[in-house]
Ligand binder design. Structure first.
Ligand code: PAF
Length: 301
């Protein structure tokens, strides 16, 4: 596996691979790799001759400096994992490499990035779209693979790639879960043991809403009440948002469901004492597309 730290080296390797007719798939990550990332690598492997993983904790997508400081960093362990699963290139640039002094350009998708996580974390998606653009321009892949756990991020990236004619296929991969149903996230390791156990409230709430919609419940307010009752059973949980949205536009669902709806959750839990931020909260997200019986199940952000 090649470990590359500069944009210019990555671009020239991309040119060589492309000239030889080989397809490149990029898996952009911020490291702290877990089996959810490995599922992205597998999906990339199915679609390309070369799998490249970028590992870069992108400062511009963190609006909270404590969150950036506390984000887990374990580069050597990540590189070992990449080698074990046959990654061809790990791109691990420095902050200075990605944002040289004097950088002034950003990429924005407007409204799509302003609700849900964009409302709770102002500027977050401008950071995501800017770094993803830079990573795609650095690696010139045919395919780029992202997790569906970050549903809004995937929707934002798809819109950006479409609107700016990136010519890169954007692939979404289903959320990988722990045995108890909690969505895998690099942030899970920062939870206190009790918070980790209560984090199951998110998937319980998604399950409850899905069963209700499957049984014919279409009243958005009643579904959201069921969700908040379920999360309230976890006393350590503090809801950031619990919302139902159109799965494509991410606009609020109508009071009575007329088709599939995205149920999106973001919930704070206490961070462990060993956390370098001194016990800040950890914000977990999860989502599910709820499909009333009789509606189409073909949904992707
Ligand atoms: O999903 C992530 O890990 C990040 O938001 C991404 C896409 C790698 C951009 O920094």
């Amino acid at each position: 596996m090649q470990v590359i730290e500069t944009v210019s080296r990555l671009q020239s390797l991309a040119d060589t691979e492309r000239a030889s007719g080989r397809r490149i798939a990029l898996v952009p990550t911020m490291g702290a790799l877990h089996p959810g990332h490995l599922a992205l690598v597998e999906a990339a492997r199915e679609r390309a001759d070369r799998v490249w993983v970028s590992i870069f904790v992108n400062p511009t997508q963190f609006n909270d400096p404590a969150d950036l400081d506390g984000y887990p960093r374990q580069l050597e362990a990540d590189l070992d994992r990449c080698r074990e699963c046959g990654v061809d290139v790990a791109f691990c640039p420095s902050v200075e490499e990605m944002y040289p002094a004097g950088s002034v350009t950003t990429v924005q998708v407007g409204e799509l990035g302003e609700s849900l996580c964009g409302a709770s974390r102002p500027g977050h998606f401008d950071g995501v779209t800017t770094i993803v653009t830079k990573l795609l321009l650095a690696s010139r892949p045919h395919v780029a693979v992202f997790g569906e756990k970050d549903y809004q991020q995937l929707a934002v990236i798809r819109a950006m790639a479409r609107d700016l004619d990136f010519g890169v296929e954007i692939v979404g991969v289903a959320t990988v879960r722990e045995a108890d149903g909690v969505a895998l996230s690099s942030r899970n390791v920062r939870l206190t043991p009790e918070a980790r156990s209560q984090a199951r409230a998110l998937v319980r709430a998604l399950d409850a809403a899905e069963s209700a919609v499957g049984a014919g419940e279409g009243d958005t307010r009643r579904i959201l009440k069921m969700v908040s009752d379920e999360i309230a059973k976890a006393p350590l949980a503090r809801v950031d948002y619990a919302e139902m949205r159109d799965p494509h536009s991410l606009k609020p669902s109508p009071p009575e469901l007329a088709g599939a709806a995205l149920l999106a959750l973001a919930v704070f839990f206490p961070a462990s004492d060993s956390d370098s931020t001194g016990g800040e909260s950890v914000r977990l997200i999860d989502n599910r597309v709820l499909v009333p019986s009789g509606s189409s199940t073909q949904q992707e952000p």
